[in-house]
Design a protein around this ligand. Structure first.
Ligand SMILES: [Zn+2]
Ligand SMILES: [Zn+2]
Length: 247
C-alpha cells in the first residue's frame, strides 16, 4: 500500500478567475473558491478515476479542472477535465471532450503526420549540405505549419450567449498560436457547459503527478488558468454566463 499523500491545505483566499472579453470590452469573472472542495475530492480518488502511473513517468504530471454548474432544472452538476490528452486519449468516459471533433482530427492528422515523417526519413539518408536535403526539410516544415493551421481550424469555442467562434480568430493573423491552446481544462469545461446549457458556478484547476520540468507546478496545488494560452480565450468563453441566472 502506498502511504497517504501529504497534500497542501486549501488556501484561505482563492481569488476569482478573471478574463477580458473582446465581445463586450469588459472583464468577466467566475469564482474559484466554491470548486476547491470538489477538486480536493477528485484528488482523493484520482487513482480510482485514472491510471495515474502515467503522471509519474516520462510524461510528468498535468493540470486537471473542475467546473461546478447548475442545470436548467436546478440540479448541481460537476464537470471534470484533464488538460491535453491523457496517455494518448483525447476522450475518456466521464471527462469532458476537447474543443474539436476527434475523428475529424484523426482523419486530418494521421495521413499528414505520416507524410511529414517520411520526408524526415528521406532527408536523413542524404548529405546535410545537399540541395535535395534542404528542399526536403523546407517541405516538411511547410507541411507541419499547414497541419497546425488545419488543426486549429477544427477548434470551435462556444459561449453562454449561444455564440461560437473558431480558435483561429482569437489570435492575430500571421502570428502563431501557442502549442496546446484550447487544450487546457478551463476552455474544455466552459465550452462543454455552454453547449449543454449548464450555468457555470465555479471553476478551479489543480496539478496532479510529478512536478513539471521548470518546477512551477506541484501536486495538489490549485492554479489560475494560464495566461499565455487561456488568457485570450476565457473572456469570450465566460461571456453571457452571468445572464443565465438561477432557475
Ligand atoms: Zn491554459
Ligand atoms: Zn463578454
Amino acid at each position: 500500500m502506498t502511504p497517504a499523500k501529504q497534500l497542501p491545505d486549501i488556501p484561505e483566499v482563492i481569488t476569482d478567475q478573471k478574463a477580458f472579453c473582446t465581445n463586450c470590452n469588459c472583464h468577466h469573472s467566475i469564482p474559484r473558491a466554491p470548486a476547491a472542495h470538489a477538486a480536493m475530492k477528485l484528488m482523493a480518488r484520482m487513482d480510482k478515476e485514472l491510471k495515474t502511473s502515467y503522471l509519474y513517468g516520462e510524461a510528468l504530471g498535468k493540470m486537471f479542472g473542475i467546473l461546478l454548474c447548475r442545470s436548467r432544472t436546478g440540479k448541481l452538476v460537476t464537470l471534470k477535465a484533464f488538460s491535453g490528452q491523457y496517455n494518448g486519449n483525447w476522450e475518456l468516459k466521464g471527462w469532458v471532450p476537447p474543443l474539436f471533433n476527434v475523428s475529424a482530427f484523426q482523419q486530418l492528422s494521421f495521413p499528414m503526420e505520416k507524410k511529414i515523417k517520411s520526408l524526415g526519413k528521406m532527408a536523413a539518408s542524404l548529405p546535410p549540405d545537399s540541395e535535395k536535403y534542404k528542399a526536403l526539410l523546407k517541405q516538411r516544415k511547410l507541411l507541419s505549419q499547414q497541419l497546425m493551421r488545419d488543426i486549429h481550424a477544427l477548434y470551435t469555442l462556444h459561449n453562454f450567449r449561444g455564440e461560437q467562434r473558431s480558435l483561429t480568430r482569437f489570435f492575430p493573423k500571421g502570428r502563431g498560436i501557442p502549442t496546446g491552446t484550447g487544450d487546457c481544462c478551463a476552455p474544455k469545461l466552459l465550452n462543454h457547459a455552454a453547449i449543454h446549457n449548464l450555468h457555470p458556478l465555479a471553476l478551479v484547476e489543480f496539478y496532479w503527478g510529478m512536478a513539471n520540468k521548470s518546477a512551477t507546478k506541484h501536486e495538489g496545488h490549485l492554479y489560475q488558468a494560464c495566461e499565455e494560452k487561456c488568457g485570450p480565450l476565457l473572456g469570450y468563453l465566460l461571456c453571457g454566463s452571468k445572464e443565465l441566472s438561477a432557475p
